[in-house]
Ligand binder design. Structure first.
Ligand code: EPZ
Length: 418
């Protein structure tokens, strides 16, 4: 088991490139099931979640292999199996997105229910309702979803709430359905837009990108594509908050500023200097950071995946802050660990009240989930003294070589075997 040993107090300065988007990569790997032709993705981050998805493709009888560096070659072809097993799906819930493509392409699928995770129950009812609306027969048996359809038929379906993977799952299925599908209250995250770009490149006919109303004209089959995955906006935001919390001046390249608009405007509200070009963002701290109010929301609102990292920054701000988590019901696991570093946080339901402190103090802490762990790394970089973060496998799920990127910015962080 690895841990990070961090000696805080050094301002992060310099320039670092973001890796490709983990969340986009996962949806695009699922999209490879929609065609029998091979397709390649570049700028794919080498993170554990991607490796897990590759293993799931292999259990379906589909080859995928890493070529040079960040290039992932997906063989395409007809799946030999239609079953995604519990022991893999439970470790990486996004693999539930094989359901829509398998039913659309092969007429049937048996996919383990992903179950809950640390941040919430995370039901998949919207995924299932959407597939049923497309004509699939769906039943639950022994913890698995069994879905069948001779051929999916176009329909009009409205999601009860904004769901990113739910939108992606149903959208992919609709591409091969017979006739026209209208999806309403669809998620508009950049990862949905990127999936639409790739599906369109494969021959799908989709209108309404960047809106919550998608119209899909089904086609009989899809072809291949060679796509470079967009930069990971959440990784970029995490690194930029690293500069902010340590009083530094850092630029992250290979990311679209528009994908982080809500985060950048909140950072400006705290007094940070934020500038951007077409594909890079710079954050510079030239004075005190002052508290502010943040509420997470579906895109274009403040992303829930940046909530924990923003909380770490607000713990060191002057004055009080309020942070509401409106998406997931249990996404404050970082609070008790931040308190161990000296943070002053009170939680009332889904709202955290933060009173900024002048200094955090290093201590051993425990990582619990991907973004909570990232916030502890950021806090450790700002804290006086040494911070040990145990169970960094959580971080390795979604951040590629995070410690190397932070070292490149001057951070005193090293990975240790324990
Ligand atoms: C995606 O998860 C991301 N994961 C999450 O990132 C991200 O936090 C989330 O979107 C919100 O932006 C990937 O893309 C792989 P949702 P997803 O469905 O799609 C409820 C990270 O750290 N809901 O948009 O699973 C759900 O419980 C991860 O990289 C239902 O009730 O999230 C939640 O409260 C964490 N029924 C809300 O909707 C459903 O059928 C939004 O969840 C589906 C969702």
């Amino acid at each position: 088991m690895d841990r990070f040993a961090i000696r805080g107090g050094v301002p992060l300065c310099g320039e670092v490139a973001a890796s490709g988007s983990k969340n986009s990569s996962l949806a695009l790997i699922a999209a490879s099931l929609l065609t029998d032709q091979p397709f390649e993705l570049s700028n794919v981050p080498r993170v554990r979640d991607v490796d897990t998805f590759v293993r799931i493709l292999e259990t379906l009888g589909l080859a995928a292999q890493w070529k040079t560096g960040d290039r992932l070659a997906l063989a395409g072809g007809m799946p030999a199996s239609h079953e995604a097993p519990y022991d893999l799906v439970r470790t990486m819930r996004a693999s539930f997105m094989v359901l829509g493509p398998l039913v659309a392409r092969c007429g049937r699928a048996r996919v383990s229910l992903p179950g809950g995770c640390a941040i919430g129950a995370r039901p998949v009812d919207q995924h299932l309702r959407g597939l049923e609306a497309l004509g699939a027969k769906v039943r639950l048996s022994g913890g698995y979803v069994e879905a069948q359809a001779e051929r999916l038929r176009g329909t009009r379906f409205e999601f009860d709430m904004r769901t990113v993977n739910g939108t992606q799952n149903v959208l992919m299925a609709a591409c091969l359905a017979e006739g026209t599908t209208l999806l309403e209250n669809a998620a508009v995250e950049p990862e949905v837009g990127e999936l639409i770009d790739v599906l369109t490149g494969m021959g799908a006919r989709i209108s309404g990108r960047d809106t919550d109303r998608l119209e899909i004209q089904g086609v009989p089959e899809l072809s291949s594509v060679d796509h470079r995955v967009a930069g990971d906006r959440i990784e970029a935001g995490t690194l930029l908050i690293g500069a902010a919390i340590t009083g530094g001046d850092a630029t992250v390249t290979g990311v679209r500023p528009a994908d982080l608009d809500a985060v950048l405007s909140k950072l400006r509200e705290t007094g940070l200097e934020v500038t951007a070009t077409d594909d890079s963002i710079r954050v510079r701290r030239s004075g005190p950071v002052t508290g502010t109010h943040v509420a997470t929301a579906p895109f274009p609102g403040f992303p829930t995946d940046m909530q924990a990292q923003m909380m770490a920054l607000l713990c060191t701000a002057q004055g009080g802050s309020m942070l509401s988590e409106t998406i997931f019901e249990n996404r404050f696991m970082h609070v008790s660990e931040l308190r161990r570093l000296g943070a002053d946080i009170t939680v009332d339901g889904r709202t955290a009240f933060i009173q900024g402190v002048s200094e955090l103090t290093g201590a051993p802490v425990m990582a619990t989930d991907l973004r909570a762990s990232a916030s502890l790394v950021l806090a450790g970089l700002a804290a006086r003294g040494e911070t040990h973060i145990n169970r960094v496998y959580h971080i390795d799920r979604g951040y590629e070589r995070l410690e190397e990127k932070l070292q490149a910015l001057g951070g005193r962080i090293r990975r240790e075997k324990v």
